[in-house]
Each structure stands twice: as C-alpha cells, then as structure tokens.
Design a protein around this ligand. Structure first.
Ligand SMILES: C[S@@+](CC[C@H](N)C(=O)[O-])C[C@H]1O[C@@H](n2cnc3c(N)ncnc32)[C@H](O)[C@@H]1O
Length: 597
C-alpha cells in the first residue's frame, strides 16, 4: 500500500465554524446633539479580566431610542465616572454593596459557561464564546411601555432590506446602522421572531471595546447628557434562544418555475399559479446544484430552522481537528484504469465490497452509479486527495463530487390529513436512476474531544470533555429528530464502546438532507463512504430505485440508525418506547408503524 507522498496539512475550513464574529455595526451620531441619561440598567464584566478593569455599564437614554425600540448603550467605567458620576455612585451603592441583587437571569438565557451542565449542554459549548456577556445582556430590563414600538413597525432597520422600514415620527435622529445580513431573518419578522428579537440582546446591546474616555457632556438641560462621541458598539457572538426559528432568509423568489403538478398536492393549497419557488441563495452550496423551497400547502414561508442554522453542503462541523495529515490516507498511483479494479487500486485494498458471487468490486459502475454491493451497507473507500488518479475520470470518486441533483424542499401534504404532520420534505425535480448518488449527510460530528476554558470565579480550568454518541442519543426533541449514526458495522449498535462511534446532528447546521422524511418503503438508501478523512466516513444518499420528478425522497430511519440488515430490522419490530408513530403511508404490508426518534 502506497502512502501519500508529501505530508499535507489541511487547515480547518473557516466555513466550518458555526460562529463567526460579524462586522461591528456603527452608529453615527449628530455630535452637537445631547440626550438625557436615564439610568444604569446593567453591568458586564469580562470573564477573562478578574480585576474588572474592563467593566462596562449599560445606560438607558430618556429621549433617544433606536428604531428597534432599544435605548441603551454601553459605557466604560471611566466614561461613566466622567459623564455620570452621581448615577454611577448611586448604582454602585445599590448593587455593589450587596443591598440589592441584579434581577435573576431568565431561564432561557442561562447559557453562559458558568451555568453549563456538562452532561446536558456539551453540545452547545462551542457556540458560547468565552467573552460573550451573556449574563449581562440577558439581564436587560424590559423596554418601558412607551418605548415599545407597535407590531407593524417592529423591524430592525437593516440596509439591504427589500422594503424600507416606514418613517417614524418624533424620534431623535436615528443612527445610521450597518448590520450583518444574517439578522434579516429576524427582521423579516413573524410574531414569534419579533418576540425573540425583543427578548434577546440586539446587536447594539453589547459592550463597547476599551476606548479612550469621552469628553464630559455639556451641562445644559438635564444633569446627565450623552457624551458627544458615543461609544462604538461591537457585536459579540450570541446564541439565540433555542426555541426560535426563522424562515429562509436571503433567498430569491421566483414564481413557480419548478413546482410539482398541482394534482400531486392535496389539502390547503394556495391555488394554481400562486405558489412561489424560492431559491436558497444564502445556503452556500458551492458547486452543487440549486436548492429551491416551495410551499403549496399553507402560508409557512419556508421550513423552520434555528435562527443560527448554518448550511454545510458536504462537510461536517468538527472542531477537534485542525489538521489531517494525508500520510494517514492510503493512496493509489493512478495508473490508467487501475481504480476500476479493487485489487489494483491501493485505496481499495481494505475494501470489503463484493458482488453476489464473492468477487471484490468497485462500489460504482462506469456511469458513476452505486452498485449496491452489500446489503448491509459496507464501507466504500473512494480515492482521495493523496491519490494520483485523475479526479474527473476516476470511477472510484463519486460521493465526493459536487451534488449534481437539483433538489426541492417542500411542505408535505398527503391524502391523509395526519400525514401533513410530516412537515417539510425533500423531492427531486428531475428523474433519477437507481444507483444515482444524490448527496451527503452533513451536520455536527458528535464524537469529538472538546477542550475549553471554564471559568469559575478567578479560577481558570481547562476542561476536556468528550461528546460521544451516547450524548447524541440522549438529546431531547427537537434535536433528537436530527441525529444520524454513521456506523458501517452492521452490529455496531451492539458494541459497548459507544464513544468510538460517530453520530451527526443536523439540527444546528447541515444541509437539505435534514429534511428527508422517513418511509418504511424508502426510495433512497444510505451508505458510508470514506474519502476526506482516513477514519470518519460520510453518509451518502443514493436512489434505491428509479425516481420520477417530484417524488418525495424518503429514507428508512432504521438505516440511519445503523440497523440495515433485514434480520436486525425484524428484531426491532417491537416498537421502542421513544419511537414516533409513522405516517409514511407505505401501506399495512410494509409500514412498521413507527420509526426511531
Ligand atoms: C429529520 S426530520 C425530517 C424533516 C421534517 N419533516 C421537518 O419538517 O423538519 C424528522 C421529523 O420529521 C417528521 N417525520 C418524518 N418522517 C415521518 C413519518 N414517516 N411519519 C411521521 N412523521 C415523520 C417527524 O416529526 C420527525 O421527527
């Protein structure tokens, strides 16, 4: 077996990081105008700064507010000393001397590292940057009633919005604001997303970075005035409330270019010609084919996704590995035609794929169709970056190619009203042949060693925690509905050491495949395939039969749960406690009436 020739370092793709700091929004102020200070409503200390030298105070303003109704900014201790010494003194005597306690954190915001229950919330840790002032922002007091803007106006003012927000009367000059695009989903608000945006800190709610003291405000009018150069607000990472969802943002709407024949839909319909197909522009599919969204059933604009959802076309989110040395890959020398012969292609030397008569075979035919070499879903080992074969022509590189099947995410509706509970699903808009590889399952890899700094008071602890499959299996709804195991060992679920196995969670990040529904009579199968990592396989979806346009793509969730053989499925016929009633409509002869999860 030949190894990769040169040691190669693959840097972790920045895109894999779920959280990325956005550009700071900038507020521009009329330097001559002054506003009256209300009170100090909050305080924030940098957990990395035990001496509290960088303490910030959140100050409310009486006659000024932003378009989103918020009226607070953050000021440094020095700025408060200079500008509002009495208010600062009063605040300190009230809170710092233990005479009063800051209001308790709302439960939904207790996500700072100080509150983490490792067992239950390990999943969330890497979303929580150490310096996020989660505790302080969540203590934000409710905007006084006079500040609450009415429902129609309650949109953040975001450059790039399709429709400009309506003009407002009787507000001071509004700061010109640049905000990152991702907030659009919140601003294009439904009632629920609005509720979230009120409760959560806005981008302005974050403390400003250390900066020189500002001039003392003028003494005219109220004793406390806004400093002439206002603080520059920065945007710390924040993780929105778990319950919040957003409809697709930054997408392009077309009128009905690829909708299914209307006869295929029953139930509440928008009527012929009114359905809108939306191209998911903000899902970075790279070179892969387009993904559209269509709802011909009701008024839901798009599939519900967590507000922070990150689209990953073909990669796992895994924080543990920054480098993969290609010397770990078995590589072939690419001599012409050798990859078609598993005995000649070094990559495939460990492959166990065999045909019906026991001959070793390549996983794909010359049309790049999967040959279903093993009913148990044996591991496919494709050629990789360290190989010398020609990527465009090698027959053993299929799952790693950009997805060339256009997909549509659509709201399901079946004859049976209950079946509509299946929510959103995925379908093709073109014909697929049996064996055609559709794409890969992506999401967060759930077997990683996390290394993070935990702060308790002045103590800094390095905590190393494993987030094995066993944790994935303990997830509660709604996350638990988006966990797939990627075993390729038929009996893997019987092994004791679950930490060695991988699960992938596609709730927080993932791709179109998170919308694949279950059927006991699936038209899509999964197989594990290695190509970009020496040990951790991807799961590839493949057409298990010929599929006609607008057929829903459905998989058997028991396949995904690592139960592939008929024997094991029979064993599992007894419905487990934590299963879900199946509405696949496959008919009594085929439907098991439940699926895992
Ligand atoms: C991975 S998600 C699939 C996408 C989901 N339909 C959505 O709208 O987000 C799995 C969930 O879809 C629903 N689902 C999928 N297949 C189903 C079926 N055959 N019967 C009932 N519910 C199903 C269940 O709520 C399940 O927990």
């Amino acid at each position: 077996m030949k190894r990769g020739k040169k040691a190669r370092t693959v840097k972790q793709d920045d895109d894999q990081k779920l959280w990325r700091r956005s550009l700071d929004p900038v507020e521009v102020w009329d330097s001559d105008q002054e506003w009256e200070v209300g009170e100090i409503v909050d305080v924030w200390d940098d957990p990395m700064d035990p001496k509290r030298a960088s303490r910030k105070y959140k100050v409310s303003w009486i006659d000024w507010q932003r378009e989103d109704g918020s009226n607070t900014t953050w000021m440094s201790e020095q700025e408060c000393q200079d500008s509002l010494p009495n208010i600062l003194k009063a605040w300190k005597s009230k809170y710092s001397q233990g005479k009063a306690k800051l209001p308790p954190l709302p439960e939904s915001h207790q996500t700072s590292l100080f509150h983490l229950d490792l067992e239950e919330t390990l999943l969330n840790i890497h979303y929580v940057p150490l310096t996020t002032p989660a505790t302080s922002t969540s203590r934000k007091r409710k905007t006084p009633p006079s500040r609450v803007v009415d429902d129609d106006d309650d949109e953040l003012d975001i450059i790039d919005m399709a429709a400009p927000s309506p003009p407002r009367a009787a507000t001071p000059p509004q700061p010109a604001v640049r905000m990152r695009k991702s907030v659009r989903a919140v601003s294009a608000s439904t009632q629920s997303s609005r509720a979230v945006s009120e409760e959560l800190p806005t981008q302005y709610d974050s403390p400003s970075p250390p900066r020189p003291a500002h001039p003392v405000p003028s003494s005219s009018g109220s004793p406390y005035k806004r400093p002439r150069i206002p603080p520059i607000n920065t945007t710390p990472a924040r993780r929105p409330s778990i319950a919040s969802t957003s409809t697709p943002s930054s997408s392009r709407t077309l009128v009905n270019p690829v909708s299914a024949p209307s006869s295929s839909h029953q139930g509440k319909s928008r009527g012929k010609g009114q359905s809108k197909v939306t191209i998911m522009n903000d899902w970075d599919t790279g070179e892969a084919s387009v993904i559209t969204v269509l709802n011909e059933v009701d008024d839901e604009e798009g599939p519900p996704l967590p507000e922070w959802f990150k689209y990953l076309e073909a990669k796992y989110l895994r924080d543990d590995e920054t480098t993969i040395d290609s010397s770990f890959f078995a590589a072939c020398d690419g001599s012409t035609g050798r990859c078609t012969n598993p005995d000649a292609c070094d990559c495939q030397s460990d492959s166990t794929l065999k045909n019906d008569v026991g001959e070793r075979i390549v996983a794909y035919d010359r049309q790049r169709r999967y040959t279903f070499p093993a009913p148990g879903g044996a591991l496919v080992i494709e050629c990789n970056e360290a190989c010398e074969c020609e990527p465009d022509t090698c027959v053993n590189r299929v799952a790693q190619r950009p997805r060339d099947v256009a997909l549509q995410i659509f709201k399901t509706a079946d004859a049976n009203a209950r079946a509509a509970q299946r929510g959103w699903g995925v379908r093709v808009t073109e014909r697929l042949q049996r064996g055609q590889v559709i794409g890969l399952y992506t999401g967060e890899l759930m077997c990683v060693v996390l290394c993070f700094l935990c702060l308790r008071g002045d103590l800094r602890l390095i905590v190393v925690a494993c987030r094995p499959r066993v944790k994935a299996h303990r997830l509660k709804a709604p996350q638990k509905h988006y966990v797939f195991d990627i075993d390729f060992n038929e009996n893997a679920e019987q092994d004791d050491d679950m930490s060695e196995k991988w699960s992938v969670l596609s709730y927080n990040c993932g791709n179109w495949s998170r919308f694949l529904n279950h059927s006991c009579d699936p038209n899509v199968r999964l197989y594990p395939v290695l190509f970009d990592h020496p040990q951790i396989p991807k799961l590839a979806f493949v057409a298990a039969k010929d599929i006609t346009p607008f057929d829903e793509l459905v998989i058997d969730y028991l396949d995904a749960a690592g139960v592939r053989t008929a024997a094991l499925k029979r064993e599992r016929l007894k419905r487990p406690k934590d299963s879900t009633a199946c509405l696949c409509g496959a008919g009594p002869a085929k439907c098991r009436r439940w699926f895992p999860g």
